[in-house]
Every structure is written in C-alpha cells, then in structure tokens.
Design a protein. Sequence first.
Length: 388
Amino acid sequence: MTADYNGWQDIPEEEREAMLDTATLIDRSRPQPRPEPAKKSFAWVRIRGALLPILAVLSACTGGDAQPARPSAPARRVRAAPIIDTIVARPVVATGTVAPRDEIALSFKVGGVIAQVPVDPGDIVRRGQVLATLELREIDAGLAKARSGAVKAERDLARARRLYRDSVVTLSQLQDSETAAELARADLDAAAFNRRYAVIVAPAGGTILRRSNEPGETVSPGSPVLLLGSATRGKVIELGLADRDVVLVRKGDRARVQFAAFPEKTFAGRVTQIDGSADPVTGAFGVEIGIQGATVLAAGLVGQVEIDPATGTPAQLVPIEALLEADGSEATVFALSADQKRAERRRVSVAFMAGRNVAISGGLEGCTTVLTDGAAYLDDGSAVEVVR
C-alpha cells in the first residue's frame, strides 16, 4: 500500500495509520527466506588447521578423558574406644542351684515309733530346738531296768567286799562282783545314751530342707527323718563342670552369680570347693561357689554362674559395640588410622565374650583405637571425626 493510491489522501489520518499497522503484521506473518550462511574466509580455515594438532597434544597431556574433580565427602562423626591389651581368661559359665554349705541328715539312734515331728520343710529353727521324738515308754523302761541293775550290782559289790575282809568269800568271788558292777554301769550308760538320742535336737540354727517321715511311722536306727540346712557357714551354689572347664578353675577364683528371681542384682562369690573326682553318673566335677549376701536366697534357686579363672592368655579387649558382621569366631571392626582421620576396616578373630567387652585374639595388630558409635555407616578409608 503506497501513498499514490487513488483516494489515499481523502482517508483520515487515524484510519491510514491503522491500515498501515495491519499491513505490517500481515507481512511479518509470511515465511521469511533463510539467510545464507556466512562463508568462511580462507584465512580462518588456515588458522583452524594449525590449531587442531596443538589441541590434540594438549588433550593427550591431560589424559583426554579427565573428569572434573568432585568435592571430598565430609567426615563422619563417630565415637571411639581404646583397645586394652591385657591377660584375660575365658570365663567358665555354668548353671547351679543354691544350697546350704552344710546339710545335716538327722535321725534317731534307736528304732521305734515316731511320736511327733513339730517342724515342716522351710521352717527356720534355732540350735537346741526339739525337732522330732520317738515313743519313749519302751526306751524309758529299758533305762529304768538298766538303772536298777546298776544299783543292784553296786550293792552286791559292797557286800562282797565286806565278806572278803571277813574271809567269807574268796578273791575270785569278789572279782566277779566287781565285773558284774562294771557291766551294769555300762548297760546304764548305753540305755541313757539311747534315751538321749530318742529325741532329735537341732545341732545348729538353720532351715528344715526335707521331712521324710510322719508321726506314727516306725523307723529303723539311723534312718534320716529330717534334713537340716545349717546357717553356720552360709550358703553356696552347687554346679557341675565338664573336664575341659574344671581344669581352668582354682579355689579362690572370683565368680558372679545372677538369678531370675533377682534380675537387677549380681551376687559376688568365690570358688570354695572343687571335687577331686567326677560324678560316676554324670561325669561332671562338683564345684561350690560361696556367695556373699546369700541370706535372701532360698535353697533350690537356680542361678547362672560366671567364673573368672585367675590364669589367662594375652588378648585385646574392645567394646562389644565395635563388632560388625559377626559370624562365629570372625567379625569386622573399624580401627582409627594413625593420623586419627580415617577408618580402617579390619577382620578380627573373636576369642570369647568378657562382660561388656570382647576378647580379640588377632586382627588388630598395630591399632590402638576402635570406632563404636557410627561405625556401621563407614567404609574402608572413610574420613571420620572422633567425638570425645
């Protein structure tokens, strides 16, 4: 649209400007021809040809495939524990039962019919307390008979001595009277002794553990009627050890005892007795552990015993929290490097558990510290920061 168009001058100026704007928009919406690429000059081609060998040499010097350096991982915060070099022995663990150190089987000296048993199992008795008696009529009758016989023998001996002084009886007859008096006195002593042990009296203070007979039953001489647990020498825990364990234990070795009845308390003790031979039935060696503060323990309680033998072998102790990937006697730990900045993965041999520690027999040579908290998230060579 041009200015010489017929009647263009007669169109108002505002309409002419609107028509020109519309024409411009239509013209811009049509496809435009692509510009011709600029032709490279001969000089640029020559420069590019000279630079290509130089770039190739530089690429070879830098490795060609060099990657941009990645930032190093931040150090992980961990806790550490020292490795303790010591002489330690494998603890001997067994199960035993509480019992009085002295158990006394009480019985009658003579046989007879039981008159009364005024105590029951679990009763606490004092020294000198009557625990059981027999029917005493027959025994008292025998004692009275022996006493009368002794009196008669003494009377006969006195008469024989007077008659001997008067030469009425011979020396032989006097000696017979003396012998008869001695026999009568012996019979009286025996009858009195039997009468004494027709009553069972507590020989010491303690607890009745077992009652085997009831009133009205007939018992033979020496048959146990009651079992008394004496409190004189305290209580022990009795256990049986295999031969491979008993050879490690000595009298006086320290021990720790735990009971399910007292889960929050550990009782200290020592080995007080080791049998010299194995039980013919079980093949185990009997061992007794004296317990401190055992007054609250009832006979028969089952306890877990851990004995610490006095003799041991060199080992390294580390906290149990340091162990990772445990498999039998093998495990993994992370040790702290010499510069205290890196974690070193170590495969170790586990000897045994020692309380809250683990005895390591090999694999930590040259190390002084192991990592505990946070070690599960480390890799070999990881940067670490030890939190004190």
